[in-house]
Design a protein around this ligand. Structure first.
Ligand code: AMP
Length: 281
């Protein structure tokens, strides 16, 4: 497995790979890798000749310095795991390498970036779009793999690629969960033992919502979610929305035949967890 720290050496490697006619897959991450990330790598390995993974904690997508500071970093373990998975290239640049000067590009995704995560983490998706565009320009992948765990991010990346007419196929991947249902996340390792025990309640409530949605109103489902999580005083719901699956606009009423996604962000102690389920009526 090759490990590159600079843009120049990464571009060189990619140039050579492409000159051989190899297809290329790419998995962008912020490291502290877990089974959710590994699934993306495995899928990329199945579908491409050459797979790159980036590990870069992107400062401009954090709207709280505390969150950036506390973000888990486990680069040695990450590299070991990627090697075992037969990943071909790890791109692990420094902040200076990625941003020798500030990148002030502002993206407009027609409102996609303003709801849910965008509402509570201002600037977050702009930071994500800036870094993903930069990474795509460096790696030039044929396919890039994103988790449905970050459903709004996935939708925005698809919009970015469409807007900039980038020649990359965005491949969505199912959310990988712990046996008790908790969505895998790098942030889970910051939970205390007690918090970890109650964390699966978030997905339990979401899953029930997806099961009972067809004979309930949006208002009733929201009420149900709040009621389920109220049992845990350590939990604080930041938002819970049921949104149109295409444009992510939150809805007040269901329309038959349309698809929806229920998305939430919940603080469990100091850790902010997000999750979602699709709703097919
Ligand atoms: P991150 O390192 O958190 O930026 O995530 C990198 C990629 O892994 C993103 O496309 C995430 O959506 C995806 N990912 C993170 N957790 C999971 C999970 N539990 N299941 C599937 N994909 C995930």
């Amino acid at each position: 497995m090759l490990i590159a720290k600079t843009i120049e050496e990464t571009k060189e490697i990619i140039k050579e790979v492409k000159s051989k006619g190899f297809s290329t897959g790419f998995v962008p991450t912020m490291g502290a890798l877990h089974e959710g990330h590994f699934e993306l790598i495995r899928k990329a390995k199945n579908e491409n000749d050459f797979v790159s993974c980036s590990i870069f904690v992107n400062p401009i997508q954090f709207n709280k310095t505390e969150d950036l500071k506390k973000y888990p970093r486990t680069i040695e373990d990450d590299i070991k795991k990627l090697n075992e998975l037969d990943c071909d290239l790890v791109f692990n640049p420094s902040v200076e390498e990625m941003y020798p000067k500030p990148d002030n590009t502002i993206y407009d995704f027609g409102g996609l970036e303003k709801v849910m995560e965008g509402k509570f983490r201002p600037g977050h998706f702009n930071g994500v779009a800036v870094v993903v565009k930069k990474l795509f320009d460096i790696i030039e992948p044929d396919r890039s793999y994103f988790g449905e765990k970050d459903f709004q991010q996935l939708t925005i990346i698809k919009a970015l690629v469409k807007k900039l007419k980038m020649p990359v196929k965005i491949v969505p991947c199912h959310t990988v969960r712990e046996p008790d249902g908790l969505a895998m996340s790098s942030r889970n390792r910051r939970l205390t033992d007690d918090e970890r025990k109650i964390a699966p309640a978030i997905y339990r409530a979401l899953k029930t919502i997806s099961e009972i949605a067809s004979n309930k109103s949006v208002k009733e489902l929201k009420g149900f979610f709040i009621q389920q999580l109220r049992k845990y005083p350590q939990m604080e719901i930041e938002y819970f929305e049921i949104s149109n699956i295409e444009d992510l606009s939150p809805v007040e009423e269901f329309e038959k035949g349309k698809k929806y996604v229920a998305c939430t962000a919940v603080f469990l102690g100091k850790v902010r967890l997000i999750d979602n389920v699709s709703i097919n009526l």
